[in-house]
Design a protein around this ligand. Structure first.
Ligand SMILES: O=C(O)CCC(=O)C(=O)O
Ligand SMILES: [Fe+2]
Length: 326
């Protein structure tokens, strides 16, 4: 869609999707070639794994109670209200606008050596070797900064596809002071996987989630009424649109309903980074997308209230979003 095209409430067209995909692909290329280095992704993954490997009493320090606690680990989704626990351990860390990281394991806070360029010119004999390294900040700080940049790029593409100015979403949702959460999930082998669930069907509450997973499948998306398995594609992120993109776009984008199933043999792990509005932002459908033919489909709500509401109960599909439907 050419920039400057007036915002309409027509459904998203194939050409728009093509543009978004193009943007996504560009962003992913950026991730692979210039963005989040593979070694940094691995280091982040390993740090999360080491957290789960800590002794139970070491993790106890982070067994937070409140959904907005900056660092919280636990089992299931919300063990205080669930009658049946889900087959999952999690670590949840608020990393923006204020950065937090657990002190243990050391992997979270270690500096990180990044290979920036490597030129080796061979002309019969070795002529020129140029190795450039830089020493980054703590692994999780660096990793979250990079994924935030990717999310901001993707949101520009989504803004444009809605006929809005490219920085519209980033500004409207105050992403520069937005909430970013690092969320690691561990699903150990389960003796009776057909009777268990890793995480029940839900949509994420923010705007965009960037997810990486190990080679063990288990993530499923609801597509045309069926659950479809999504396998990990090496070096890539799975990007989920979340509830606040559905609200802001007045329903033109839908948040993705997903769940994680477990298996008998292998441990599955995923590391998601969720990007949402600032806690104090009151989010409504974009004014530009609302008119007589397309009235606002959702009531507005402060993001903080939405997060508390969604995270304090049991996860139940898109029920939290449904409550905002006009
Ligand atoms: O483990 C997964 O692949 C999905 C986890 C998830 O949906 C979540 O933590 O919100
Ligand atoms: Fe999720």
């Amino acid at each position: 869609m050419p920039r400057g095209r007036p915002a309409t409430n027509a459904p998203i067209l194939a050409e728009d999707v093509a543009r978004i995909l193009d943007k996504l692909v560009k962003a992913f290329r950026k991730v692979i070639n210039h963005g989040v280095p593979e070694s940094l992704r691995h280091a982040m993954f390993d740090a999360c794994k080491s957290f789960f490997d800590l002794a139970e009493k070491e993790k106890l320090e982070y067994a937070g109670k409140h959904v907005l606690d900056p660092i919280r680990c636990g089992t299931s989704f919300n063990a205080s209200v669930e009658k049946v626990f889900f087959w999952r351990d999690f670590l949840k860390v608020f990393v923006h606008p204020e950065f937090h990281a657990p002190n243990k394991p050391s992997g979270f806070r270690q500096g990180f050596l990044i290979l920036n360029s490597f030129n080796l010119r061979l002309n019969g004999t070795l002529k020129d070797v140029n190795l450039k390294f830089s020493f980054s900040r703590e692994i999780s700080l660096e990793y979250c900064k990079r994924t935030r940049e990717v999310a901001a790029e993707l949101l520009k593409g989504i803004s444009e596809s809605l006929g809005l100015e490219e920085n519209y979403i980033n500004k409207a949702l105050e992403l520069d002071i937005g909430v970013q959460v690092l969320l690691a999930n561990l699903y150990p082998p389960c003796p009776q996987p057909e009777l268990a669930m890793g995480i029940p069907p839900h949509s994420d509450h923010g705007c965009l989630t960037l997810l990486m997973q190990n080679e063990v499948g288990g993530l499923q998306l609801k597509h045309n009424g069926h659950w479809v398995q999504v396998n990990a594609i090496p070096k890539s992120y799975l990007v989920n649109t979340a509830d606040h993109i559905e609200i802001l776009s007045n329903g033109k984008y839908k948040s993705v309903l997903h769940r994680a199933v477990v298996n008998e043999k292998c441990t599955r792990m995923s590391v998601a980074v969720q990007h949402g509005p600032s806690l104090e932002t009151f989010v409504t459908p974009a004014f530009e997308l609302v008119n007589k033919e397309n009235p606002a489909a959702y009531h507005g709500m402060k993001y903080k209230d939405y997060v508390e509401q969604q995270q304090s109960g049991s996860l139940n599909g898109k029920s939290c979003l449904e409550r905002l439907r006009v």
